[in-house]
Design a protein around this ligand. Structure first.
Ligand code: SF4
Length: 699
């Protein structure tokens, strides 16, 4: 018969930034199943990951004891041959006391001998706001530098840089569900059916009621079936396409003159800049007919409410900041921002990448984006934390790996991130991690990164702790503890505090509520959110500056939070991708995700249902390309770039453009990031995951 649960705990999905609320049904410390709950972003809906992706928490690979690398273990190597089921050939079990002492002593030794900048920490967008806040505080006050970052650097760093520069705030202006009130929606460089599935259902519902969808993407996605226009532009030509749209809007007089006059600055300069970007001139560059560009420009500019949603296709380029600047300019010149059913929405990836960024897991800013090199901000945090702080921005994710290789960085503390899989040029990242004198990893599984650690601290999975998480719409939501961590695994907040104590910090936070109380003092945007209210309402949207404020789902209604109160046009020129196809490497590789698997796969590949649907690494190619290669679907292909090589199964997919390959980055046995290019956007330091040159061969 059906097993009856004896407990129901209200929480939030641990996967994507949509932030669906759910209920865990529990019996004897095991999750039996999950149900959707009526949260602001999902109203009861869940996707396949949220509904079936929970049993990773009970997987036998869970780390249940602290582990220390054996002295006689084989030397650390970038050529990983690991067995996550059996860590004991490389590691031995240790008590918490021994592991924590060992972890902290190694870091302290490096700090003493080589200085604070020889250390760095990566926190996690999978952890809570409170964990992120304490982790960055530990690095800044315990290590003594700003070398703290997390996966936002690989995701929306460029979008955030452009948003902060142009309109003074890095978060979304309107929630996803506002598509229901928009007449026109532009979706560019994003595939929400796969990556924000419940968000995609709101888009489809809106289209049913008359909203017109314009999809712009080099790769066809499922939502194209529902679109009025599909602009399948050539990979890497975003700026050409967007500048042509803006050129047309100005030329045809579809701008919003009063909005431009009252709410923006530097428009004349922008206008001059756009003169050369006529649709006729840009059509051959981006591959979209001039007439289509004109029609789309008109539809967006002249509707009563138009909204732009974008994803990694925009941000993960060496010109990602430029791409986002163009989208912002498009909204500013047409006044399509500051009302319901309009605005700018960079779809955030991880469940808590918004919150972890807000909480300060970023090397150039303190919590709430207060710059570390700003004298006032520094004085404020020195007083709040009773500590002297470094005024120099720290190193970003990829820069950390370069600093290790250059012999400048020697010790790291990595909590819940997996750079051995997620960094571009993963082999180089693994070599760097292997070279570290001391690596402390805090995680729930023996990840590819943990395998290179000197000490592993077994941590808690999402349902094993209480904390707040901020979704893509800016809702701060309460995730409640449903079960206990297995064996001797401990909650992350406890582990971070034990590490802090051993690094000489006198902390005493009794739990997430006390940490959150301090965060309210540090962060004006959430100052009005009380823990009691979170417990009562489960979700509160920020900005919420004073207690009792309802919170603002839509922002920029009267002004922008810039020094002048105006939005700023920043022109962008066409730049080519860093590594273009040539004779030797004639194909383009596009990396991304699949519906069933999450990022580096450490959770979803251990969730039985999800793993059953997508059990193996696949590369998607156009059927005609497969034919030319003489490979049948299901046959093998080898992909090689200047950095590495992988062999995997081929899948026929006519959504992929000709002479391009699409690959998810979750497969350890064929890691896409062994191939991808670490070249960085100069402003945001985000790597170009969406474009590199490869060669493809059969077998
Ligand atoms: Fe979880 Fe995102 Fe799916 Fe919602 S849409 S259930 S948050 S993965």
């Amino acid at each position: 018969g059906l097993i009856q649960s004896d407990k129901a705990v209200e929480s939030v999905c641990p996967y994507c930034g949509v932030g669906c609320q759910l209920t865990y049904k529990i019996k004897e410390n095991r999750i039996l199943y999950v149900e959707g709950r009526d949260g602001p972003a999902n109203h009861g809906r869940l996707c396949v990951k949220g509904r079936y992706g929970f049993d990773y928490v009970h997987h036998p690979h869970r780390l249940t004891k602290p582990l220390i690398r054996r002295q006689e273990a084989p030397p650390k190597s970038a050529d990983l041959v690991m067995d996550p089921a059996n860590p004991y050939t490389v590691f031995r079990e240790a008590s918490w006391e021994e592991a924590l002492e060992f972890a902290a002593a190694g870091l302290k030794k490096i700090r003493g001998e080589k200085g604070p900048k020889a250390l760095a920490g990566f926190g996690s967008a999978k952890g809570s706001n409170e964990e992120a806040y304490l982790f960055q505080k530990l690095v800044r006050t315990g290590f003594g530098s700003n070398n703290v970052d997390h996966c936002t650097r690989l995701c929306h760093a460029s979008s955030v840089a452009a948003l902060l520069e142009c309109i003074g705030s890095g978060a979304v202006s309107n929630p996803v569900a506002d598509v229901g009130q928009a007449q026109v929606v532009i979706l560019i460089g994003a595939n929400p059916t796969v990556n924000h599935p419940v968000g995609a259902t709101w888009i489809k519902n809106a289209i049913k009621r008359g909203t017109r969808l314009i999809v712009m993407d080099p790769r066809r996605s499922e939502l194209v079936r529902h679109a009025t226009y599909f602009l399948q532009f050539k990979p890497g030509t975003d700026v050409a396409l967007l500048n042509a749209l803006m050129h047309t809007i100005i030329e045809e007089g579809w701008v919003n003159p009063s909005f431009i006059a009252e709410r923006t600055e530097a428009f004349e300069e922008m206008k001059r800049h756009l003169q050369v970007y006529s649709p006729e001139a840009m059509a051959p560059v981006c591959g979209i007919p001039a007439q289509t560009l004109r029609e789309v420009a008109r539809l967006y500019a002249t509707s009563k409410g138009s909204m732009i949603l974008w994803g990694m296709g925009i941000s993960q380029h060496t010109y990602g900041t430029d791409n986002a600047r163009c989208l912002i300019s498009l909204a500013l010149m047409t006044g399509q921002i500051g009302r319901r059913g309009t605005g700018l929405h960079p779809l955030r990836g991880q469940n808590n990448v918004q919150g972890a960024s807000d909480a300060g897991l970023i090397p150039m800013v303190f919590p709430d984006y207060q710059r570390v090199d700003n004298v006032e901000a520094q004085a404020k945090f020195e007083a709040l934390w009773d500590s002297s702080l470094d005024a120099q921005p720290g190193l970003t994710v990829v820069e950390v790996m370069e600093a290790i290789t250059a012999g400048k960085l020697h010790g790291m503390y990595i909590e819940g991130e997996n750079p051995a899989m997620s960094d571009p040029d993963a082999h180089h990242a693994r070599e760097a991690l292997a070279k570290l004198e001391h690596l402390v990893v805090q995680d729930i599984f023996l990840t590819e990164t943990a395998y290179l650690a000197d000490v592993i601290l077994p941590a808690s999975a999402y349902p094993e702790k209480t904390g707040t998480f901020t979704n893509t719409d800016r809702w701060v939501q309460l995730g409640r503890q449903a079960i206990n961590p297995p064996g001797e695994a401990r909650q992350d907040l406890w582990i971070i505090q034990e590490m802090a104590r051993r690094l000489g910090l006198e902390w005493n936070y009794s739990g997430p509520a006390t940490v959150f109380a301090e965060m309210r003092r540090a962060m004006p945007s959430i100052a009005g959110i009380t823990w009691e209210r979170l417990e009562r309402e489960s979700a509160v949207v920020y900005p919420c500056r004073q207690e009792g404020d309802p919170g603002e789902p839509v922002v920029f209604i009267d002004n922008f939070p810039t020094s002048s109160g105006r939005g700023k046009f920043v022109p962008a020129d066409i730049l080519p991708p860093d590594e273009r196809p040539d004779k030797e490497y004639p194909w383009v590789l596009i990396t991304g995700r699949q519906l069933e698997h999450w990022h580096t796969g450490s959770m979803t590949r251990r969730a039985a249902v999800l793993d059953a649907i997508e059990p193996e690494a696949v590369a998607s190619l156009h059927p005609l390309d497969l034919e030319e290669l003489g490979v049948k679907p299901g046959g093998w292909v080898t992909l090689a770039s200047r950095r590495g090589q992988v062999t995997l199964e081929a899948r026929a997919d006519d959504a992929v453009p000709r002479h391009a390959v699409f690959m998810a980055f979750c497969y350890y046995e064929a890691a896409a990031n062994l191939l991808s290019n670490p070249a960085l956007d100069p402003v945001a330091k985000i790597p170009e995951f969406k474009y590199c040159a490869i060669k493809v061969s059969a077998g």
